[in-house]
Design a protein around this ligand. Structure first.
Ligand code: CA
Ligand code: CA
Length: 302
C-alpha cells in the first residue's frame, strides 16, 4: 500500500502545487499528517508565537487522482484515522470565541490512553478522531490551509471521521487532494480556537463520483451533510440550505415545496466551527428521507 509521508506537506492548496504522489481511483493509501502546530508544541513550555502563523495547518499532499478531470466530483472514503498518544491545545487571550475569558497563553498536553483523551484524573473522554483540513486545489488563487471554502480546506467539521465519504469539487486535473489537522476530539464550534490537536495517519480511498452533487458534502452511514463557509453564520446558513435543496430537487428529483417541507421536518442546521477566517456550517439530512433514492448511483463505487 502506498504511504505518503508527512514531510510531503504544504501550507496552502493551489493548482500550482506539484503532486507528491499519483493515486488510482479505488486504490487505498495511507497518508501521514502532522498536527496543526507543525509538531512544534511538545511540552507545556512550548508557546505558539505570531511568527508561526505562516506555518500552521500543514496538509499532506497534494495527491493527484489519476483520470479525474475538472468539473467532476471527487469522493474520498475515510477508511481509518489513527492518532499518536497525546494531543496538544494552545489557548490565548483574545483568540477564538472565548478569547475575552482566557488569560495569557497556555499550552496543554493531554495524553490519549485506551482510546480516551485524559482531561484529568476524573474526566476521560472517548476520542472521536476527525479530519480538520481536507480539500482540493481551488480554481484560481491559492487558499491557505487555515481557511475553509468551496474547495474544502479548514472546515473543522466533526462528522469527517472514520467510515465517511467526503465529496469535493475537482477544479484542476487530478483534483490535487490535501489533508491534515487531525483532531482526536472536537465539539461543534471549536470555540476556544483549537481542538485535541494530533499527528496521525489517515487511510483513504479516492473515487471518481458518477454524478455532480453540491460540494463540499460528507456522507456518513445515516446522513448527508452539506457544508458551506462564509464570513457570517447568516451567509453560511443561506448557502448550506441552497445546497441541500438543490440536491433534493436537482439530483434526487423531489419537487421544491416537498423538499422544503422535508428539510424542515428532518434536516438539522448545525455549526461546524466559528473560529477560522471564515465560519462553517452544515445541513444534515438523514438518508432515510430520500426514500428509494440510492446513493450508490452517485458514488460510482462499491
Ligand atoms: Ca482546523
Ligand atoms: Ca486544528
Amino acid at each position: 500500500m502506498q504511504r505518503i509521508t508527512k514531510d510531503k506537506a504544504a501550507y496552502s492548496m493551489s493548482c500550482r502545487n506539484a503532486p507528491v504522489a499519483a493515486v488510482q481511483p479505488g486504490e487505498t493509501v495511507v497518508v501521514e499528517t502532522e498536527d496543526c502546530y507543525s509538531g512544534r508544541l511538545k511540552t507545556p513550555r512550548d508557546r505558539f508565537t505570531s511568527d508561526m502563523w505562516n506555518t500552521v495547518n500543514p496538509a499532506t499532499g497534494p495527491l493527484a487522482i489519476a483520470g479525474i478531470y475538472t468539473g467532476q466530483v471527487l469522493g474520498v472514503r475515510i477508511e481509518d484515522i489513527a492518532t499518536r498518544d497525546y494531543a496538544v491545545m494552545c489557548v490565548e487571550h483574545n483568540s477564538g470565541a472565548l478569547g475575552a475569558f482566557i488569560e495569557g497563553v497556555e499550552t496543554t498536553i493531554l495524553p490519549i490512553r485506551n482510546q480516551a483523551l485524559v482531561i484529568n484524573k476524573k474526566v476521560q473522554i472517548p476520542i472521536r478522531p476527525m479530519i480538520g483540513v481536507i480539500g482540493t486545489a481551488p480554481r484560481r488563487k491559492a487558499m491557505l490551509n487555515g481557511t475553509p471554502g468551496e474547495h474544502g480546506g479548514n472546515m473543522d467539521c466533526n462528522v469527517i471521521t472514520r467510515g465517511c465519504t467526503v465529496y469535493l469539487p475537482v477544479q484542476t486535473p487530478g483534483a490535487l487532494l490535501m489533508l491534515g489537522d487531525i483532531h482526536a476530539l472536537m465539539g461543534d464550534g471549536e470555540v476556544c480556537i483549537c481542538a485535541a490537536e494530533v499527528a496521525g495517519e489517515i487511510t483513504l480511498t479516492p473515487h471518481i463520483v458518477r454524478r455532480r452533487l453540491p460540494t463540499p458534502c460528507v456522507e456518513t452511514a445515516s446522513d448527508l451533510h452539506f457544508i458551506a463557509s462564509a464570513k457570517s453564520l447568516d451567509t453560511c446558513e443561506r448557502r448550506v440550505l441552497a445546497k441541500a435543496i438543490r440536491f433534493l430537487t436537482g439530483v434526487v428529483g423531489i419537487q421544491a415545496n416537498n423538499a422544503a417541507r422535508l428539510m424542515s421536518l428532518v434536516g438539522d442546521l448545525r455549526v461546524c466551527q466559528v473560529v477560522d477566517p471564515l465560519k462553517t456550517m452544515r445541513f444534515t439530512l438523514p438518508k432515510i428521507a430520500l426514500a428509494d433514492f440510492d446513493m450508490r448511483a452517485i458514488r460510482g463505487f462499491e
